[in-house]
Design a protein around this ligand. Structure first.
Ligand code: CAO
Length: 415
């Protein structure tokens, strides 16, 4: 048995944010029925093509554990099918541009009328306010949610991060909203509207930066490198390079081979509790009791010197040797792992976090499995569906249409 077995999802999502949400619901066992435009489908199917004629990795990696049906929801026949689906499903998930569903004739009021138990979940770029009508993609959300202004080096421009916190991050937020609404429905018997704006999702993930914004009133942020460098703080939370976000100073440091390998680095945290171990490892036992280095406060204004000294040591070791030496001493370190290294990491294969999937058009490829592990709901990663692969199956088995009715719809171009 899977956690969400029996939950029917009308998946009206496309691109990345919505699909990551419904993919998670699929991993947990929900029956995810992706509704796509006939002949076109989710735009990502044909974006960033690497195998001619096959669905792209962009699409396949975001749409596992789903069925696909084609339906033109702008035709009368298509609208009738959609109405039936709304009555039949528990959750409708969508991330169309603002207003698209209204134009299609399926706003929240209409959906509620058709099925009062329906949970209607949406990703939009912004919540209610001046920008609610804007279309939004990943990097815009990162910029508007406070991530870009706080990422990068102080002397450089704002930076977006490789982690898709705007799209996949908001998909996660939406997924939690849906499961919570399903839980409430158990008691209330009613559905509800769930909205996850991308700006809010990114801001939520940048919570500690809003913390720092308010701490600025009390003086300079001492754990930021610029404090030790005597560079005054401005009015807003600054970019902090690779400084550790918390009260335990950390940096990215070069390791053996850094001259040729762009990922030969380690993250190194000088956690106060293990400072003496750090001193022993880097060959500075005299720093253990020295008044300029012995306490976290004394070190704050000397972080550059401290980390330069640690780096002299890390440069003599590979990032994995640093890990092997520091871990037994409880010193928190972490290698900078490339995507190549992650793809080849055996332990991630064993836990199902990296999975090899077979696809009829493209053959074998790697994907990220379910990152959330439930002990009583195992995840089997199934390949993404071809466009319309399950149209007939859904129309007949879920919605009860006859073969003749399906043929008529096909002739009318509705599926
Ligand atoms: N049958 C008929 N029409 C369909 C259909 C179907 N099955 N599925 C979609 N359509 C129509 C929509 O109704 C819409 O038509 P109108 O504009 O005439 O009302 C049209 O297809 C395009 O939808 P869209 O505006 O959502 O798509 P877009 O490519 O123009 O914009 C995006 C894409 C992502 C910018 C926009 O959807 C958006 O802002 N979404 C919300 C935020 C979001 O999720 N962003 C992250 C995306 S991942 O980076």
């Amino acid at each position: 048995m899977k956690a969400l077995e029996g939950v029917k999802i009308l998946d009206f999502t496309h691109v990345q944010s919505g699909p990551t949400c419904t993919q998670l619901l699929g991993f947990f066992g929900a029956d995810v029925m992706k509704v796509e435009r006939p002949g076109v489908g989710d735009a990502t199917r044909k974006q960033l093509i690497d195998v001619e004629g096959a669905d792209s990795l962009y699409f396949t990696m975001l749409n596992h554990n789903k069925r696909s049906m084609t339906l033109n929801t702008k035709t009368e026949e298509g609208k009738a099918v959609l109405e039936k689906m709304i009555k039949e499903c528990d959750v409708m998930v969508e991330n169309f541009a603002p207003g698209a569903l209204d134009r299609m004739g399926f706003n929240w009021e209409r959906v509620q009328e058709l099925n009062p138990r329906m949970i209607m979940a949406s990703v939009k770029g912004f919540g209610p306010g001046p920008y609610e009508d804007c279309k939004v993609y990943e990097n815009i959300a990162q910029c508007a949610g406070g991530s870009a202004s706080t990422t990068g080096f102080r002397e450089g421009p704002p930076l977006v991060t490789g982690a898709q916190i705007g799209d996949s991050g908001t998909g996660l937020h939406l997924c939690l909203g849906i499961v919570t609404a399903l839980y409430q429905r158990e008691k209330s018997g009613r559905g509800q509207k769930v909205l996850a704006p991308m700006q809010d999702g990114v801001l939520n993930l940048c919570r500690v930066k809003l913390r720092d914004q308010q701490r600025l009133k009390a003086g300079p942020l001492q754990e930021y490198s610029q404090y030790g460098e005597d560079i005054p703080f401005g009015e807003a939370t600054p970019r902090a390079g690779n400084d550790s976000g918390g009260g335990q100073p950390g940096r990215i440091l070069k390791c053996k081979g850094w001259e040729k390998d762009p990922d030969a680095y380690t993250y190194f945290i000088t956690q106060a509790a293990v400072w003496k171990n750090v001193c022993d490892v880097i060959g500075k036992p005299e720093w253990k009791e020295h008044e300029d280095y012995a306490t976290p406060n004394a070190r704050l204004s000397r972080l550059n010197e401290v980390f330069e000294t640690i780096e002299e040591w890390t440069k003599t070791k590979t990032k994995f040797e640093v890990m092997d030496i520091c871990n037994p001493l409880n010193i928190p370190v972490g290698p900078i792992l490339s995507m190549k290294e992650l793809a080849e990491e055996p332990s991630l294969r064993e836990t199902g976090s990296i999975v090899e999937v077979d696809h009829p058009e493209r053959g074998k490829y790697l994907t990220v499995g379910c990152p959330i592990k439930l002990s009583d709901s195992e995840v089997d990663v199934e390949r993404s569906p071809l466009l319309g692969e399950h149209t007939d199956e859904i129309l007949s088995n879920v919605l009860g249409y006859s073969a003749d009715e399906i043929a008529t719809m096909r002739e009318a171009g509705a599926i």
